[in-house]
Design a protein around this ligand. Structure first.
Ligand SMILES: Cc1cc2nc3c(=O)[nH]c(=O)nc-3n(C[C@H](O)[C@H](O)[C@H](O)COP(=O)(O)OP(=O)(O)OC[C@H]3O[C@@H](n4cnc5c(N)ncnc54)[C@H](O)[C@@H]3O)c2cc1C
Length: 373
């Protein structure tokens, strides 16, 4: 997927060809802006992920011209929360989600970027020279904008002095795939004192299982240890992938831009994996970044970036409170199980189709009473 065009000049040089970098490149091409994407790896690039695309992620991708279909994975209709004593689920207010193997998602994004005329440089090294020039595999390339889409440990963030962090909380995720017919068309989030287990159906005969914990002392050779019911279900199921780990970070940066550099995706800060919103946020940021570059104002992107992150960060901190305090988690899931309409409305808030403020005013007292009674 390379072409013979020279890299010696481009409008936007994007470091990182993961979902965020590719989405940004596609959004730029939609506006006729030239761009080069450089990634150190070769596609399809895998990563530990829950692999659930929420309905808002699917519609963001559709507006980038990429239609993710049921054939790419497995459609799910909502979210289920469960712990040892309670269970509650809710369907999405509109549309459905799709569980998609990370490698499949990357393949589709990379092909679409190529089709839109993005110049893709895989297996490539990049070194900055100054604020307008970099070396790609030792070849000089000049650019107007440098986009850091290089993930949690972003080098661009460091080069551009954008590392000043307002908030940082780390958890750790471990992912496996099992060959089994999905037993549910919900993404299941199982809660225990040790952390959460997410189960996403990703095909007619496989599920993605991720354990996320704040405690690195947990035995990661047995990620099902705290979930005996799921362990029994998966006992005979063959493993389809090697276990992969990744950091799940809640990170807020003071700034995501300077005059010529913008950060996007996990490089620009992130929400915990429990929100399932990392990909959707990256795709929304991609649209905002392309609009800002077209307008010649990265400040416009900085404002949009704050707006895009506000709700996922709020929902993330509510869920991390449940993670930290097992008694709150148990009471919250118990309260939602006894009034499933509250869970349905909270899911609508999470997806941005219902306002948090409206929920707090109209349902807060009922939820609060259920929590304490
Ligand atoms: C355990 C876990 C579960 C998750 N589950 C979900 C989920 O179910 N749904 C969801 O929406 N989100 C989920 N997320 C979040 C989601 O995975 C991330 O938000 C998403 O991967 C961010 O994409 P990105 O392109 O910013 O970063 P990445 O996917 O990390 O891509 C960064 C790219 O940059 C490249 N790179 C890095 N450094 C350099 C360099 N110096 N030079 C060149 N290339 C470089 C890397 O090779 C990589 O390809 C989960 C995250 C975790 C940790």
């Amino acid at each position: 997927m390379t072409d013979l065009l020279s890299d010696s000049r481009t409008d936007a040089l994007i470091v990182g060809g993961g979902p965020a970098g590719l989405a940004a490149a596609i959004a730029l091409r939609q506006r006729g802006i030239d761009c080069v994407v450089v990634d150190a790896m070769t596609p399809p690039i895998d990563k530990a992920c829950g692999e659930g695309l929420m309905p808002d992620a699917i519609s963001s991708l559709a507006s980038l011209g990429l239609s993710i279909k049921e054939e790419d994975g497995f459609a799910f209709k909502g979210i289920r929360f469960a712990n040892a004593t309670h269970q509650v689920d809710a369907a999405f207010p509109e549309g459905h989600g799709i569980g998609v193997r990370r490698t499949r998602l990357h393949e589709r994004l990379a092909q679409h970027a190529h089709d839109q005329g993005v110049r893709l440089r895989w297996d490539s090294r990049i070194r900055p020279v100054d604020h307008r020039t970099a070396l790609i595999n030792d070849k000089k390339t000049s650019f107007r904008w440098l986009i850091g889409a290089d993930g949690q440990a972003s080098s661009v963030r460091r080069w551009a002095n954008l590392d000043h962090t307002l908030q940082k909380k780390l958890r750790y995720g471990f992912r496996r795939h099992y060959q089994i017919t999905p037993w549910s068309d919900f993404v299941e989030v199982h809660w225990a004192a040790a952390g959460q287990l997410y189960i996403t159906p990703v095909s007619a005969d496989s599920v993605c299982v991720v354990f996320v914990t704040r405690d690195l002392q947990q035995d990661r050779t047995d990620i099902l240890a705290s979930f005996p019911e799921i362990a029994a279900r998966l006992k005979e199921a063959p493993l389809l992938s090697q276990q992969r780990g990744a950091v799940s970070a809640t990170r807020k940066l003071r700034q995501v831009t300077n005059e010529t550099v913008a950060l996007i995706g996990d490089a620009s800060g992130s929400v915990d994996a429990v929100t399932g919103e990392g990909l959707a946020m990256s795709f929304r940021q991609a649209h905002a970044l392309a609009a800002a570059i077209e307008a010649g104002s990265l400040e416009q992107y900085a404002i949009a970036h704050r707006r895009i992150g506000r709700l996922p960060h709020t929902m993330g901190s509510l869920m991390l409170t449940m993670d930290r305090w097992h008694s709150i988690e148990d009471r919250a899931i118990g309260a939602l199980a006894s009034a499933p309409e509250l869970f349905r409305e909270l899911l609508a808030v999470h997806l941005g189709t219902n306002s948090l403020l409206k929920f707090a005013f109209s349902r807060g007292p009922q939820f609060g009473w259920k929590l304490i009674s």
